[in-house]
Design a binder for this molecule. Structure first.
Ligand code: CP
Ligand code: NVA
Length: 284
């Protein structure tokens, strides 16, 4: 992760003037079963800027959408393309694709994890803080969805404190906490979690695929909003972050979102630079 983060900084600094094109002559597939703005655009642009050709495929438009197994799709792709960026529901589908295709396969979000997002977020934090030493990140909202879970693995690997403020039902499972094995505090007390934090972070209350649970989720998650009152409890100058898309009035209020728009859209921009570093790592 440290190597990728250092390369992400270099990718940002040298954009438009990269000396090497590590994906020259390669075709990389983006296979998406869920909607995307940032991930799709940043990968398509990033692959092109590294000399490769991106090929976007909606899962619904290929035979996969009509029931062809992942492992067969993967074996076809493995004989034709050089790498895959896969956004889908089950984490096991991405892992199966990687196993059967034999080509680099990047997780572009599953129900379980969103690792590319968190790398870009950490790049964003490092641009203002310089070090992760002593960092406290507080995630507020649906603490069991893909984004906080990837934060858990990052916290454990990089050694910072992660607090997850969420209703009991939306906290990560004990098994997941054990697997991550980091300094991770889960609580229903959103104020205690926010106190003296360096970063307040949130994500949608209703993730893709959970639409049927919307009404119930909005009710239970109501108190888990990043707003001006919560920001006051965090460290002065604390970063307020959001992976986007944002639903104002739900997980964050409009005033707080707009006051922190520069950080939030820098996170979005850093998806490009961080993912170029991931691509570079995958082929080197
Ligand atoms: N944050 C993020 O992954 O955005 P998209 O769903 O637009 O790709
Ligand atoms: N947790 C959200 C992240 C969107 C980028 C979702 O899965 O919809």
């Amino acid at each position: 992760m440290e190597r990728i983060l250092a390369d992400a900084v270099a990718m940002k600094r040298t954009r438009g003037a990269h000396k090497t094109k590590p994906l020259a002559g390669q075709t990389w597939m983006l296979l998406f079963s869920k909607s995307s703005t940032r991930t799709r655009v940043s990968f398509e642009v990033g692959i092109s800027e590294l000399g490769g050709r991106p090929m976007f495929l909606s899962a619904a438009d290929i035979q996969l959408g009509r029931g062809e197994p992942i492992k067969d799709t993967a074996r076809v792709m493995g004989r034709m393309i050089h790498g895959a960026i896969f956004r889908t529901f089950a984490q096991s589908d991405v892992e199966e694709f990687a196993q059967y295709s034999g080509i680099p396969t990047i997780n572009a979000l599953t129900d379980a994890e969103h690792p590319c997002q968190i790398l870009a977020d950490i790049q964003t934090i490092l641009e203002t803080r310089k070090t992760l030493k002593g960092l406290v990140v507080t995630f507020v909202g649906d603490g069991a969805c893909n984004v906080p879970v990837s934060w858990m693995f990052a916290a454990a690997k990089l050694g910072f404190e992660l607090r997850i403020a969420a209703p009991k039902k939306f906290q990560p499972s004990a098994a997941l906490l054990k697997r991550a094995d980091g300094r991770i505090i889960c609580t229903e007390d959103v104020k205690a979690a926010a106190r003296d934090a360096d970063v307040l972070y949130t994500d949608v209350w209703v993730s893709m695929g959970k639409e049927a649970e919307s009404a119930a989720r909005l009710k239970v998650l109501k108190g888990y909003q990043i707003n001006q009152a919560l920001v006051k409890l965090a460290k002065p100058g604390a970063l307020v972050m959001h992976c986007l898309p944002a639903y104002r009035g739900k997980e964050i209020d409009d005033t707080t979102f707009e006051a922190n728009a520069d950080t939030i859209f820098t996170q979005a921009e850093n998806r490009l630079h961080a993912q170029k570093a991931i691509l570079n790592w995958a082929v080197s």
